[in-house]
Design a protein around this ligand. Structure first.
Ligand SMILES: Nc1ncnc2c1ncn2[C@@H]1O[C@H](COP(=O)(O)OP(=O)(O)O)[C@@H](O)[C@H]1O
Ligand SMILES: [Mg+2]
Length: 261
């Protein structure tokens, strides 16, 4: 697993970010003074009830949505438009149906005008690492949901942005494939040392992967807790300390009823 060029280091800081949408003429407050930090090379998880504003938060960091208040700093520069060093993998995989799998993953390097031979070599290796070898020349419609999700993740990685925003990247996968993806992601992270902010609804996933977990409240989302996960990797969900942190996280999450969103 190798990328031709190293990924830069990124530091992300959100300070008092608020956002409301208009719904039927009335403001719908979604984010309420969210402050959070993602240090270089950290994996940071966002958990919170459905509909609380997690996707909105990622859209704000990516520049797709403009916040009403607050500030976002990427590497100490204020984020004002969507052209930061950010690769965003949305909740839906958004693969281009008319492009074969490999061609889908080369979108970033193509748009950036990079050397496609290098990118293609990297992509082929990542297809092998992801258990997708043999599926390079297959259209998205012929792939399972889990496979499409993996293709989307390869595409995100090949953008070589220093900050990855991943919105429930493994949400569509079965439990076994999910665990494989965790191992893969951690191996990729150990090698490339990217920085990532990811959304998950799986508390165990958050604790397996993240250096820090932010627990959000129901809408309008506020940060209820920032939990540092100091467990050594590879982490084992059956270990006593892991079980203890999981119980703590669940307590934070379950202090209010889940809302449909
Ligand atoms: N563009 C939009 N216009 C109006 N309401 C929106 C818009 N985007 C999201 N919302 C609303 O904001 C709330 C939070 O949505 P979202 O960020 O997708 O939550 P989550 O990802 O945590 O499930 C939901 O009630 C949703 O309906
Ligand atoms: Mg969402």
């Amino acid at each position: 697993m190798k990328l031709a060029r190293p990924i830069d280091k990124t530091h992300l800081q959100l300070s008092q970010v608020s956002k409301s949408f208009l719904r039927e003429g009335h403001p719908l407050p979604v984010l309420d003074r969210i402050s959070l930090t993602v240090n270089p090379e950290e994996l940071v998880a966002l958990v919170g009830p459905s509909g609380c504003g997690k996707t909105t938060l990622l859209q704000i960091v990516s520049g797709l949505v403009i916040p009403d208040a607050g500030e976002i700093f990427l590497n100490d520069a204020r984020v004002s438009d969507g052209r930061g060093p950010v690769a965003y993998m949305q909740q839906k995989d958004l693969l281009l149906p008319w492009r074969k799998a490999l061609a889908n993953t080369l979108l970033g390097p193509e748009i950036a005008g990079e050397d496609l031979r290098t990118a293609q070599t990297e992509a082929r290796q990542l297809f092998v690492d992801f258990g997708l070898s043999g599926f390079e020349q297959v259209y998205p419609a012929q792939l399972s949901g889990g496979m499409r999700q993996r293709v989307a993740l390869i595409r995100t990685l090949l953008c070589r942005k220093s900050l990855l925003l991943l919105d429930e990247p493994f949400g569509a996968l079965d439990a076994f494939t999910r665990r494989q993806m965790h191992d893969w992601l951690l191996r990729a992270w150990q090698e490339f040392r990217f920085t990532a902010l990811f959304v998950t609804h799986d508390v165990e996933e958050a604790l397996l992967l993240a250096d820090r977990v932010y627990v959000l409240s129901a809408r309008p989302a506020q940060v209820k807790a920032a939990i540092e996960v100091k467990l050594a990797r590879p982490r084992v969900p059956t270990e006593r300390e892991f079980v203890g942190q999981k119980a703590q996280l669940l307590t934070w999450l379950n202090q209010e009823p889940e809302e449909e969103g």
